[in-house]
Each structure stands twice: as C-alpha cells, then as structure tokens.
Design a protein around this ligand. Structure first.
Ligand code: AMP
Length: 284
C-alpha cells in the first residue's frame, strides 16, 4: 500500500476500476470492514483519509478530531487497501474553490436539523473526491444511514457514474456501534452509551413481536438515560414510515459532550433479524 498526498500520485499508482472508501481517518474495525468489502470487489482500493473542515459546524469537534496517519495506514493496509489518500486541505479546496453540492430537503431533516450545512459539506467533499479519484464504486457505512441515503441520491441525481454501496454496521460486543468518537467517552459515559443499542434493541424486539404502530414502536425504545436529539421511524429511503414496508429506526443523542448516532433496519419479511443483530454478545 502506498500513502498518496495528491490525486496525481493516486493515478500513477492504480489502474483499472477503483473502489473508493471515503473516511476522516481515526480508522477502526468498522472502516476496515468497508475496506475489505471494497477489496472483495476485485477493484483497486483507494481509501481517503481527510478530516473535512466544511462538514463540521461551529463548536463541533473539528480541532480535536483524532488524527494518526501511521495508525490509519496500518489498518488500511491490513484490510486490503492499495492506496491511502491523505490530501492536504489545499489539494481538496484549492484557492478559488467556490462550489457547494446541496443535497436538498432531506439534508435538513434528522441529523441535518441540528447540523445545518453538514450534509452539504459531506456531499461537496465526496463529489470533489470522486472527481479527484475517479471511482466506479464507493462504499459507505450504514451506521451513518442518512449520509448513505444522501450519497446514493447525489450520485444518482448528478449522474456521477459511481455505484454507492452500503455496508453493515460493526458493533462492540454490547451492541454499541464503533465510532471514532467513542474514544471521547469516559468509562461511565461508555456504560451510558450502551443504552443507545439497547433502546434500538427494545424497538426491534417489539417489531419482531408484530408491533407495527409508529408511536408504540417509538415508545418501546423510550429511554430516560439518554439526552435524545431524535428518535425516528422512517421508510428505508427516509420518507415517512409505512407499516407494511421495510423501515429504519434512527437515533441521535448526546452522552456527556459526545454526539452518538445509530440505527436499525427493520424488514417485515424477516422481522426477527434486527433484534438478533443487536443482541449483546460475550466479548471474544
Ligand atoms: P467516518 O468515521 O466518519 O470517517 O466514516 C467513514 C465511513 O466509515 C463512513 O461511510 C461511515 O459510515 C463508516 N463507518 C463508521 N463507523 C462504522 C461502523 N461502526 N460500521 C460500519 N461502517 C462505519
């Protein structure tokens, strides 16, 4: 694997179709699973490692976001990346850069309601990175479900020629989704954070038991222990919930100063699957 600082270095290293995994670094097993998925496609695998300033709002954690290129390189290489592309800010945003990709109304809902401009920042950097790298496929985690749906929409709307693939969420044994931000949690906050998958697990169990009524499903997930930003039930394209159609339950909350998000997909054709996915496992 090589570490590239410029798109020209990437182009000089890889040939043929590219599977692309955009990240902000601080790589963990969740990112590694995306990279393995990209490698399994048989395409050359490019992983970007760029903490994108334009998707952080004022007062968010841009400055303290963890950065460790040597750590990221070891994980990316072990997972099968061919190139770790770690550009400088002025390679991504050169002088005169003025374009914004606005992903429309869905970008103002759910996470976008409290993070104005966040998804425009993501859509802009991802579109720019596609232009720099030229992938045929991009792998996103379903952990950031709204981001995944919006990136599918952007690729479709702008006919970018990139197939957007959603990969499953990798979790800790107690169900907490892996996240670069989990390291901000104190030991007691980490225990509180386990309530996030626990709330989704209760909802998934109610769904498995046959409950389809939106307020009752949300009630099953109700939690005193978390400072909730939202708990929502939607169709899988994030339009309004339809009881007979595949759905997704989404949660965002704050534990101490750390913002956590998670979701679980619910399928009326396999109603038990979601609860099983979230069952706490014995640590290996
Ligand atoms: P980020 O952590 O924001 O740099 O995310 C980079 C990519 O990794 C995004 O597509 C995320 O959805 C994905 N990702 C982050 N955490 C996980 C996880 N626990 N499981 C699977 N994918 C993840």
């Amino acid at each position: 694997m090589i570490i590239a600082r410029t798109a020209d270095e990437v182009a000089a290293t890889v040939s043929g179709p590219i599977a692309f995994v955009p990240t902000m670094g601080a790589l963990h097993e969740g990112h590694a699973s995306l990279i393995r998925r990209a490698a399994a496609s048989g395409n050359a695998v490019v992983v970007s490692d760029f903490v994108n300033p334009t998707q952080f709002g004022p007062g968010e954690d841009f400055e303290r976001y963890p950065r460790d290129l040597a750590h990221d390189a070891a994980i990316a290489e072990a997972a099968g990346a061919d190139v770790l592309y770690a550009p400088a800010v002025d390679e991504v945003y050169p002088d005169g850069f003025a374009t914004t990709v606005d992903p429309g109304p869905l970008a103002t809902e759910l996470c976008g309601a409290r993070r104005p401009g966040h998804f425009a920042g993501v859509a802009t950097v991802v579109t720019r990175l596609y232009g720099l790298i030229g992938p045929t496929q991009a792998i996103f985690g379903r952990k950031d479900y709204q981001q995944f749906v919006l990136m599918q929409q952007v690729a479709r709307d702008l006919a970018l020629g990139v197939e957007v693939v959603g990969a499953p969420t990798v979790r800790e044994p107690d169900g907490l989704a892996l996240s670069s931000r989990n390291r901000y949690l104190s030991p007691s906050e980490r225990r509180t954070a386990a309530e996030v998958p626990a709330a989704l697990r209760r909802l998934a169990r109610a769904y498995a038991a046959g409950e389809r009524t939106e307020p009752l499903l949300l009630q099953a997930a109700a939690t005193e222990g978390l400072e909730l930003e939202y708990l929502a039930l939607r169709a899988t394209d994030l339009s309004a919930y339809q009881p007979a159609a595949p759905a997704v339950a989404l949660i965002a909350c704050h534990v101490g100063g750390t913002r956590l998000i998670d979701n679980i997909e619910l399928d009326p054709a396999a109603p038990d699957a979601a609860a099983t996915l979230l069952d706490a496992k014995d640590p290996a």
